[in-house]
Design a protein around this ligand. Structure first.
Ligand SMILES: [Cu+2]
Length: 434
């Protein structure tokens, strides 16, 4: 718009122009946000990267996580399974896993949980007292509910600490939302065609009854002279005119009706549904998986994070206590995986269904690739370098008051068996000059 014309506008016109300008900028801003979302798909994920690194590297380490499908139809089931290690070096600032609930982390109720298990035990309820330093195996059977592309993670909710999520995979749910059904047969053989809406009509009817009674009582008083006339009457000492005999009669009748409906409803519900199981509130106990054979000892001697190189460098004294030679296979932490590409079986270390955006492309660098012989102790330096540290916002451990890291170091022996050792310790940032 030419400047001259603008100056001739009335002040109202100016405001309209300003509003139009603001709207344009807002649209542009939204468009750019949308574009950014399209460019980096994980921008649509839901905040898993905002958790502090000490939570993600030193509490629950998920491994062997599998998603059996990436695309499901509405009502189709898929399975999410895997294991996790509760780290021995659990941070002081995080409540220990005293009460834990297993679920899936989804952006809203996009999928329905059909079954869930922890170490083979049904995980309908929370579990109490999981053990640090031990492993657990989970399985979640889910069902597509709302069409779309959803980022879905395994999740452990720990009382006092919050949700700790595993690796997230994009699951595409196809079909029409209206086709979703949740058929259930109750314990006494009643067939429920769709649990989604079961009992809602009746609940709404009850709302109607109570709302009608409440509205009647409110209107009954509202139609009469209200506050000021009553206040004046009170001031004049005429309390007797405030409540008439009719008011008392209506009040008593209403009271009787409310009590009758409540008790009547209770008796009716008890008669119609003689078997009612309340929501289960207690916790279950589950034993951890058997301890793995402890074949490799790892002592972290030095760990630092090279800020410009985006690289975690760890020097560790490794002792092979087993009967076979072992090689370092993988370093995993906070769902990120750094695989030693030269190790035997490295090509099969990461399954095809594991989210690729969590696997470091260049893998794990080692100072020394020579396998450790039985009984041998050697200092080995490994380097986990990738922009993933930044992308996954894991570098803020540099500013933590408790600058420690944790992770799992996997080894592979000559016969192809995988061995796992938890590692961790203090970590120092290095701001190497560029
Ligand atoms: Cu996510």
């Amino acid at each position: 718009m030419p400047k001259q014309v603008f100056e001739h506008q009335s002040s109202r016109g100016k405001i309209v122009l300003l509003i139009q300008k603001a709207m344009k900028m807002l649209t542009l801003g939204l468009g750019m946000l949308l574009l950014a979302g399209v460019a980096t798909e994980s921008a649509w994920a839901h905040g898993e990267r905002s958790q502090e690194p000490y939570l993600r590297t030193r509490t629950v380490q998920y491994y062997d996580v599998h998603y059996d499908k990436k695309t499901v139809k509405i009502n189709e089931e898929f399975t999410l399974s895997g294991r996790f290690r509760l780290m021995e070096d659990w941070p002081d600032a995080v409540s220990p896993p005293e009460t834990v609930f297993l679920a899936a982390y989804t952006p809203g109720p996009m999928v329905t949980r059909v079954e869930s298990y922890l170490n083979g035990m049904p995980a309908r309820q929370s579990f109490s007292k999981l053990e640090l330093g031990r492993d657990y195996e989970f399985k979640l059977v889910m069902k597509g509910r709302i069409p779309g592309r959803h980022h879905i993670h395994p999740l452990l909710s720990i009382h006092g600490s919050g949700p700790l999520v595993g690796p997230g995979q994009w699951i595409e749910v196809t079909g029409t939302k209206g086709d979703f059904v949740e058929k259930v047969t109750t314990m006494n053989g009643v067939q429920v065609d769709n649990l989604e809406f079961y009992g809602t009509a009746r609940a709404l009817k009850w709302y109607g009854v109570w709302l009608a009674l409440a509205a009647f009582w409110l209107l009954f008083w509202l139609v009469r002279p209200l506050l000021l006339p009553r206040w004046i009457a009170l001031n004049k000492g005429r309390e007797d005119v405030l409540i008439s005999n009719r008011d008392v009669t209506v009040g008593v009748i209403l009271g009787v009706v409310v009590v009758a409906i409540s008790f009547g409803g209770y008796i009716y519900a008890n008669k119609e549904y003689p078997y009612v199981v309340p929501l289960q509130a207690g916790t279950s106990k589950v034993d951890p998986l058997p301890k793995q054979q402890h074949a490799v000892d790892v002592k972290v001697l030095k760990a630092n994070y090279d800020v410009p190189g985006r690289s975690m460098q760890v020097t560790a004294r490794i002792t092979n206590r087993g009967a076979e030679s072992v090689s370092i296979l993988e370093f995993a932490t906070a769902n990120l995986r750094f695989v030693n590409l030269q190790a035997p079986g490295a090509d099969k270390a990461v399954s095809a269904d594991y989210p690729r955006d969590l696997v470091a492309r260049d893998g794990l660098g080692l100072s020394d690739q020579k396998p450790l012989m039985p009984g041998e102790t050697r200092d080995i330096k490994f380097e986990a370098s990738d922009a993933l540290w930044e992308v996954e916002r894991l570098v803020s451990f540099l500013t933590d008051v408790d600058s420690k890291f944790g992770g799992l170091l996997f080894f592979v022996d000559k016969s192809g068996n995988r061995l796992m050792t938890e590692i961790g310790g203090p970590i120092l940032p290095t701001f190497t000059a560029l």
